[in-house]
Design a protein around this ligand. Structure first.
Ligand SMILES: *Cc1c(COP(=O)(O)O)cnc(C)c1O
Length: 428
């Protein structure tokens, strides 16, 4: 296994993105060497540049108070506009289609206010079986809000075990048979449990073909895989920024509304939407008049003036993504996750089964590992990793998720993780 470490170090030396690791604070294990941090899919690491940026915002407030809205390099009044272009680039959208606001579940609700419009027979929401709990609570409460019974109107597709893969054809088949009963398809970009990446264009096409609206929860996709939301054409999408986007716990989230809905709604008001003053056209917002004139594009869905101290980390993060480039990150991600997968398959087939798809086009960086022989051994392994400085996460009943993140993880991290699997095997 020491030759594995040598091989990993050689791969790190040849990695054009290796320098980005030093842009992040990697927590030390027991005050010593870097943790093997494999949970960037849960909470991304803090960029080292952030402290100065936060200090700058605090100093700006201290020095200018209310005039900070108009002064300095990043005046607060148009602050969210600074995030628009890099955010659009990250998710493959046109700038007017994206906005940074609120948090993910809030945005899902705001989007469903506009895009879940049950009418007659067409009243169902289609989601994956065993979705992330917040998404389930959100769709169930939306159904009840419209006077509908989730038992009848919430359709979950997929097999019983959440880690099983869900073929896109299952969605297509359901829609081709029952599509006229479906009002909304709400689907993940990357499944949080299995790590499966879905073909968003295919799901969008199947939903639209049957007259259903479609939205994506990109919590595990944004910053993990390149996206092309405008081209793929969903009606909306939403994502959080504290996972792969490294913007801190509870960070300001992102939202996408396809361009096709911008003009129609501004002109005719046919899309219902909850309004607040920050969604008003900036030209007339401060006239403080009674009439709501919507801002152009996704901005119109904003409610409140944005939390600047919480937006600064997102700005820093998007700079880093811009510098590294999503395509280069994806190339490294495919290499690094593939390398880790190969080591696991070669050396630990008796310990671990990989449930994430083997095809790189059907996954991001995360690998979900089922520990063979179940829960007790699995928990033991998980705690062994933790005690030895490898941070992974545990999903009941028997899955350990590891996410080698191309911005800051190294091949050496992956090799060291394998050494721990080996050491555990020798112990047990
Ligand atoms: C992480 C995650 C959430 C979290 O929702 P918040 O509103 O950000 O707390 C929701 N849905 C999915 C699929 C997630 O992965």
């Amino acid at each position: 296994m020491s030759t594995l470490l040598d091989k990993a170090r050689a791969l790190d030396t040849a990695d054009p993105l290796a320098r980005f690791r030093s842009e992040f604070w990697i927590p030390p294990h027991d005050g010593g060497t870097d943790q093997l941090y494999f949970t960037g899919n849960s909470l991304g690491l803090q960029p080292r540049r952030l402290q100065a940026e936060m200090d700058r915002e605090l100093a700006h407030w201290k020095a200018h108070a209310v005039e900070g809205h108009f002064k300095g390099d990043f005046p607060w009044m148009p602050y969210h506009e600074n995030l628009r272009d890099p955010l659009a680039a990250l998710v493959g959208a046109r700038p007017a289609e994206v906005v940074a606001m609120n948090s993910l579940t809030v945005n899902l609700h705001l989007m469903m206010v506009s895009f879940f419009r049950p009418q007659g027979r067409r009243c169902k929401i289609l989601i994956e079986r065993q979705p992330f709990p917040s998404d389930r609570y959100a769709v169930e409460s939306q159904l009840r809000f419209h006077g509908l019974d989730p038992l009848e109107c919430l359709v979950e597709l997929g097999s019983e075990a959440s880690e099983r893969l869900i073929e896109e054809s299952l969605v297509e088949d359901y829609l081709s048979q029952h599509g006229d009963e479906v009002a909304l398809v709400l689907w993940p970009g990357v499944h949080y449990a299995s790590g499966q990446l879905f073909d968003l264009a295919r799901i969008t096409c199947a939903a639209h073909h049957k007259g259903a609206k479609v939205g994506f929860d990109l919590a595990h996709a944004a910053g993990n895989v390149p996206l092309s939301l405008h081209e793929d054409g969903p009606d909306f999408a939403a994502w959080c920024s504290y996972k792969y986007l490294n913007s801190g716990p509870g960070a300001v989230a992102g939202c996408f509304v396809h361009e096709r809905h911008h003009a129609s709604d501004a002109a005719t008001g046919e899309l219902p939407r909850f309004h607040g003053w920050w969604g008003a056209d900036p030209q007339s917002r401060f006239l403080m008049g009674p009439e709501f004139v919507p801002a152009a594009g996704a901005d119109a869905w904003q409610l409140s003036n944005p939390p600047i101290l919480a937006m600064a980390p997102l700005r820093v993060s998007l700079d880093l993504f811009h510098e590294a480039g999503m395509q280069s990150l994806r190339e490294k991600s495919i290499r690094m996750t593939g390398w880790l997968e190969k080591q696991l398959k070669d050396h630990f087939p008796a310990l671990l089964e990989i449930i994430t798809p083997a095809d790189p086009n059907r996954r991001g960086c995360q690998l979900s590992l089922r520990v063979r022989d179940g829960r007790v051994r699995g928990r033991k392994l998980f705690h062994f990793l933790q005690e030895n400085g490898a941070i992974t996460d545990w999903r009941e009943p028997d899955v350990i998720r590891v996410a080698p993140v191309p911005l800051y993880n190294s091949f050496e991290d992956c090799a060291r993780l394998c050494q721990l699997f080996e050491a555990f095997g020798e112990l047990s």
